[in-house]
Design a protein around this ligand. Structure first.
Ligand code: B1M
Length: 210
């Protein structure tokens, strides 16, 4: 039987091939992919962050761990994003200006796709004007922004201001998330909602459609 602790350890130590292999094995054994992500992979990245904070590891090790996380997520992606439905809504998503973290944003994307949303992914380090241009071009229901750094959170406010300046603010709902982001911050900057994790982001996106 697959040992999911070994999978988490493979992510923490950055062993991408082992992470891939154990994820494949877990799926073969019918382990729920959401359990793999929520209970093992995400907490694994939390441990990586704690080690970084304690100066036990440095940026290269964080990068290697991220690569192993992606090796596991690549196996899970087709299942998490699988849907036969007509799109229930359209979301433009991106990690804000100055921020290169994309694992959380990609998980939100996968879960939204799995829930039937069409997702236009602008990637990382997305400037406010790029969000504005994407809204003009794609006419989404929602804009979803991710930030992992306290120093990049203000770019969420800048993006909302840019949407207002372009006369687009009332055409979309703005959802935000990411580890340092809070409900209070969402209210402060005039976002329509905050989601603490990828499944709550789906619930929020559905709620905001109504
Ligand atoms: Co960075 N990093 N990092 N990093 N990194 C953190 C975020 C940090 C907390 C580590 C620490 O000190 N403990 C810290 C931030 C401190 C702060 O500002 N408060 C930090 C730092 C300091 C840095 C650098 C500045 C380090 C340096 O260079 N000295 C640098 C900044 C680079 C930049 O962005 N400009 C940096 C770089 C990197 C790497 C590139 C090496 C790598 C990222 C690789 C990648 O993403 N492709 C990296 C990593 C891996 C991390 C940690 C270890 C893991 C992040 C992660 O992927 N978590 C992280 C520590 C931690 O988070 N504990 C850390 C797993 C992911 C699934 O969770 O992204 O929170 P998360 O997403 C969740 C929710 O937040 C939510 O749903 C997701 C799934 O449930 N969510 C949303 C996210 N976005 C959402 C959007 C929504 C809704 C929900 O829209 C509606």
């Amino acid at each position: 039987m697959v040992n999911l602790q070994e999978l988490q350890d493979a992510v923490i130590s950055g062993n991408a091939s082992k992470a891939k292999e154990l994820t494949e094995q877990a799926l073969k054994e019918n382990v729920d992919p959401v359990v793999i992500v929520k209970e093992w992979l995400i907490p694994g990245m939390g441990i990586v962050g704690d080690k970084f904070k304690r100066n036990e590891i440095y940026v290269p090790e964080m990068l290697i761990a991220a690569r192993a996380m992606y090796a596991a997520l690549d196996v899970l992606r087709p299942i998490l994003a699988q849907t036969d439905m007509e799109p229930v809504g359209k979301v433009v998503i991106g990690t804000v200006k100055g921020d290169l973290h994309d694992i959380g944003k990609n998980l939100v994307k996968m879960m939204l796709e799995g829930a039937g949303f069409e997702v236009i992914d602008l990637g990382i380090d997305v400037a406010p004007q790029k969000f504005v241009d994407a809204v003009k071009e794609n006419k989404p229901n929602h804009v979803a922004m991710s930030a992992l750094l306290t120093t990049t959170m203000p770019a969420m406010k800048e993006t909302i201001e840019a949407l207002k300046a372009a006369g687009l603010r009332d055409k979309v709902k703005v959802m935000i998330g990411g580890a340092p982001v809070t409900d209070k911050y969402a209210n402060e900057i005039g976002a329509d909602g905050y989601a603490p994790d990828a499944s709550s982001a789906v619930d929020l996106a559905k709620r905001l459609l109504q």
